[in-house]
Design a protein around this ligand. Sequence first.
Ligand code: ADP
Ligand code: MG
Length: 336
Amino acid sequence: MFKFGQDIGIDLGTATILVYVKGKGVVLKEPSVVAIDTDTGKVLKVGSEAQNMIGRTPGNIVAIRPLKDGVISDYDTTEKMIRYFLRKVCKNRFFKPRVMICVPSQATEVEEKAVNDAAISAGAGKTFIIEEPIAAAIGAGIDISKPYGNMIVDIGGGTADVAVISLGEIVVSNSIKVAGDKFDEAVVRYIRKKHNMMIGDRTAEELKIQLGCVYPRPEVLSMEIKGRCLVSGLPKVVTVTSEEMLEAFEECAAQIVDAVHTVLEKTPPELVGDISTGGILLTGGGSLIYGLDKLLHRETGLDVYIAEDAVYCVAKGTGMSLDYMDNMKQGPRYRN
Ligand code: ADP
Ligand code: MG
């Protein structure tokens, strides 16, 4: 069939939004942040430019992350953000694109509908919904159509999703609201308690990425960080080590291990057998925290792999599934 419109896949993540254009691959990767002028309601910046404003805005400007815990928490802003990115990638203004968009495995119908409606009002022609773990698996190059169990653990900013997939469907899944953001919060809390110092979210994330670990690093790393002393109220500098981060992350890490155990316990034995052969696949930015693969291996005895391009898997899989689009859940079914 000859088509004028584009086919587009969107990974609408809590932390990152990625856009895949059929024939081109992932063309855009930006933080899911929008800066808004509260006096006029106008969008000032979207993506990384808006991200740089977080915590540094004057009174009349707010930098918003419109998705929280994996679902839309601010509908209007989400729609504006999608509109901005669609405009950026759509060359043809006359024909609306077909858009495949992913939702977390445990999203409710209401949440799914919100994502769908936001995409439609942001300028999508037809919309299609795919569950994130399925997209992650396809994007990681797994052939999910076989009667064979694969376990995917996708850790983003808001949620960690554990799913067992076979024959193209999710057989068992679990989603917890413990992911990258919770690790950042754990750093802030730890530094406040241990060093009597207040640090910002950006510093916390940097510490997590540079030093953070959920399994001991082969050598202890350290880093100097700046913040505000809670006693004197003045700027303060302290040196933090990776061992301290291990302590800070203990609880979050244990919750992720628990979530994996829970799914394994509910998985039918044949599929558990498959997983014990094939191992667990980690995707999403949150899975890049040092040692998560080693920790999960220690706690489950299974092989654990981090997907190549872990941050891109869901977007790629969402885009790749555009080819099967016509057989998938179609957005406007909600319109009856
Ligand atoms: P989402 O799908 O929710 O948008 P992403 O898959 O983009 O999320 O992952 C975002 C999370 O990954 C953030 O919390 C970010 O801090 C974290 N992250 C990204 N890179 C790393 C890294 N190298 N080490 C640890 N965490 C990371
Ligand atoms: Mg994601």
